[in-house]
Design a protein around this ligand. Structure first.
Ligand SMILES: C[S@@+](CC[C@H](N)C(=O)[O-])C[C@H]1O[C@@H](n2cnc3c(N)ncnc32)[C@H](O)[C@@H]1O
Length: 251
């Protein structure tokens, strides 16, 4: 039985709210903008063994499978894994804490995708050395995370405006690594979260120190099609990078 840290306890407790949020299709940015960017970076997935690290309720593991990858998912919150197994019984899911040793042999995967997870991990050193260990040589590590510039943008807004419009609070400027308060969901699916803010150089230096080589980077932009479907969203967010997608290779 995995001992849940403070962050995982929150995810575990709110698993069904998160499931509901995703099923209401509220995560439009992920589906229409971020995931196409990730798939482009990953390239051909057919037959590739892919680990969805921090898979939540399994939505992205399923999308990997639809692209014909041999995908499986791990997450540290047992209630999320139960929901993932219920949602996608054809996919294998396991409970695993990404800050600890992972339950896989050396060189078990062609790709590891870790999407929107890193700011939820209190420490990341073991995470990256474990990703390196379980990947094949020339394997791909795809990291997708809320862009540190986006987090900083909300920090500045909250600093300068009276009306606080985003719940990521606790930052002390761009450079300082700090524990922050965040949130997930919307209206009846809303729940408060915690996270750890770190600047870009922190992540790049830790991942390359684990042995990875940075191959490509994307900062996906909202498209014209997106603008047509969601004009308000487009207007509010067109000028800022929302996510940062990094493709690394195991040498
Ligand atoms: C924002 S969700 C992202 C879920 C999914 N990757 C996606 O993009 O839809 C963050 C996920 O990280 C998981 N997580 C947080 N801390 C973790 C840890 N220490 N080990 C494994 N998973 C963790 C949470 O349980 C949650 O499912």
């Amino acid at each position: 039985m995995v001992k849940l840290n403070e962050d995982l306890k929150i995810w575990n407790k709110n698993a069904s709210l998160y499931d509901k949020y995703l099923k209401q299709d509220q995560d439009i940015y992920q589906k229409l903008i971020n995931e196409p960017s990730i798939f482009k970076l990953l390239g051909n997935l057919k037959g590739k063994k892919v680990l969805d690290a921090g898979c939540g309720t399994g939505v992205f593991s399923h999308r990997l499978k639809l692209k014909r990858a041999k995908a499986m998912g791990v997450d540290g919150a047992p209630n999320l894994i139960k929901l993932a197994e219920k949602n996608y019984p054809e996919i294998k899911f396991e409970i695993a804490d990404l800050t600890k040793k992972l339950p896989f042999e050396n060189s078990s995967f062609d790709m590891v995708v870790c999407k929107m997870v890193l700011p939820h991990l209190p420490t990341v050193e073991k995470t990256f050395t474990e990703f390196y260990r379980i990947l094949n040589r020339k394997g791909i590590l795809l990291i997708s995370l809320p862009h540190p510039v986006l987090t900083f943008y909300f920090y500045l807004k909250n600093k300068w405006q009276e009306k606080k419009e985003f719940s990521w609070t606790g930052m002390e400027g761009y450079f300082k690594k700090v524990k922050i308060k965040a949130s997930m969901g919307k209206d009846e699916t809303f729940f408060p979260l915690i996270g750890w803010y770190r600047p870009l150089k922190f992540y790049l230096n830790k991942i390359t120190a684990a042995g990875f080589l940075l191959e490509k980077i994307d900062e996906p932009e909202l498209t014209r099609e997106f603008k047509k479907k969601f004009p308000d969203y487009y207007k509010r967010k067109k000028e800022i990078p929302l996510t940062l997608n990094l493709k690394f290779l195991k040498l």
